[in-house]
Design a protein around this ligand. Structure first.
Ligand SMILES: Cc1ncc(COP(=O)(O)O)c(C=O)c1O
Length: 390
């Protein structure tokens, strides 16, 4: 029975992505002549580092795409999230609420900011932070003056960091409403959700600050890189200042007014990113078309189903995925093994953060939905060009 589900799983993926002699990767960047042209332009200019014309162009383009008033390009999403949390007021010793079902960087960014994580559960319909679990956590905390404090640790709750899982928008409106009630800022981990909207509003523009990643496996890549987004003018200026060593503008003097970071995205990476952003509307269209093909291929199958965007949202389908009807790590791994043997490099979800050794002692609420999701989701090959494979 399970053997046959594994072979049907492989057949249905094949029906969408076709047959190739090489293994089919999870998400492969498309690098062509335009990328080479812009990178060569950048090399010819000699401005390959933290100054150059591609960086502000990339920031402007990201403002246009997302509608955010400020976009600040940084060297990767992890440091972008760290700074986004710092800008929202996170201080060493604070506690930050994050979903346990996330990539390690969400937790690491908190740790790099000197803060501690508090893990909450996910919800089935979005795969992201559960507003119910969030409220339960916040209600277990106590108010001390203007601060909300976790009585178990004595730490101040500095921020709530929901994440848009696999590109599917989390219930950000509910999360922001609850956060406002408890007066805690929201910092969105929008690493995976470039091109994902709630209604007409782009993800990453609901929180006080946010971050989008341009890692090599994302819908648009700069090699390594990311942007911090905010609508707050003061924070936008501060994001740029803090990520460029807090240097005061002067023709030659090296005067810096605080201890800051060298986190600026290099112009060379921004050149690559601009070529990718020129292609981004096509990438997005292809990814949604690919998702439609998978949805059709997996329709009516008993045992698993294709994961669709939450109601009222438009997902970029960064990673298309299927979900087992019944969570089972054994069955999940059986399907994954069959796919890998067929040259289809599917992937599981990340191991839950509260089970990673560095975070096993961290505070948390109930995480049973995340545990089930971890044991039932499989990510499918999602390279945009696969939309044209068959
Ligand atoms: C959810 C999430 N958060 C943070 C990051 C970190 O981004 P980066 O790899 O650009 O540092 C990633 C992806 O890489 C991610 O998927």
């Amino acid at each position: 029975m399970t053997n046959s589900l594994a072979s049907v799983f492989v057949d249905r993926i094949r029906a969408v992505v076709g047959h190739q002699s090489e293994p089919i990767g999870l998400h492969v960047p498309e690098i062509g002549e335009l990328e080479k042209k812009y990178i060569n332009e950048c090399l010819d200019s000699t401005f390959v580092s933290s100054v150059g014309s591609f960086i502000p162009k990339l920031e402007e383009r990201m403002q246009e795409i997302t509608g955010a008033r400020h976009a600040v390009a940084v060297s990767n999403g992890t440091v972008g999230l760290q700074v986004a949390m710092f800008l929202a007021g996170g201080q060493p010793g604070d506690e930050v609420i994050i979903p346990t079902l996330s990539f390690i960087a969400t937790a690491n960014a908190v740790s790099h900011a000197g803060a501690h994580v508090f893990f909450v559960d996910s919800e089935e319909s979005t795969l992201g932070m559960s507003p119910v679990a969030l409220r339960a956590a916040l209600e277990s905390f106590v108010r001390k003056g203007s601060a909300l404090v976790n009585p178990a640790t004595g730490r101040r709750i500095a921020a709530i960091v929901p994440m848009h899982t696999l590109g599917h928008p989390v219930d950000i409106a509910a999360i922001v409403a609850i956060a406002n009630e408890f007066d805690v800022p929201v910092v969105e981990d929008a690493a995976e959700s470039l091109g994902s909207f709630v209604g007409e509003q782009h993800t990453g523009t609901f929180g006080l600050t946010s971050m989008i990643s341009f890692n090599g496996n994302k819908i648009v890549t700069t090699g390594g890189g990311g942007v911090i987004l905010t609508n707050d003018e003061v924070l936008g200026k501060r994001a740029k200042h803090l990520t460029t060593t807090a240097k005061l503008v002067h023709k030659w003097e090296f005067e810096h007014d605080e201890i800051a970071w060298n986190y600026r995205m290099p112009n060379l990476n921004a050149a690559l990113g601009m070529a990718q952003l020129d292609k981004y509307p096509r990438f997005l269209e292809q990814k949604r078309r690919l998702a439609g093909k998978y949805a059709e291929a997996f329709a009516g199958l008993e045992g698993l189903s294709f994961v669709v965007e939450p109601a009222g949202t438009t997902s970029n389908y960064w990673l298309c995925s299927v979900r087992l009807d019944e969570p089972s790590l054994a069955l999940r791994d059986e399907l994954m093994t069959a796919a890998h043997e067929a040259g289809l490099l599917v992937r599981p979800m990340w191991n839950l953060l509260h089970q990673q050794r560095m975070y096993s002692g961290a505070s948390r609420g109930d995480v049973s939905v995340a545990t089930d999701l971890h044991a039932s989701l499989i990510c499918l090959p999602s390279t945009p060009a696969l939309a044209e494979a068959v």
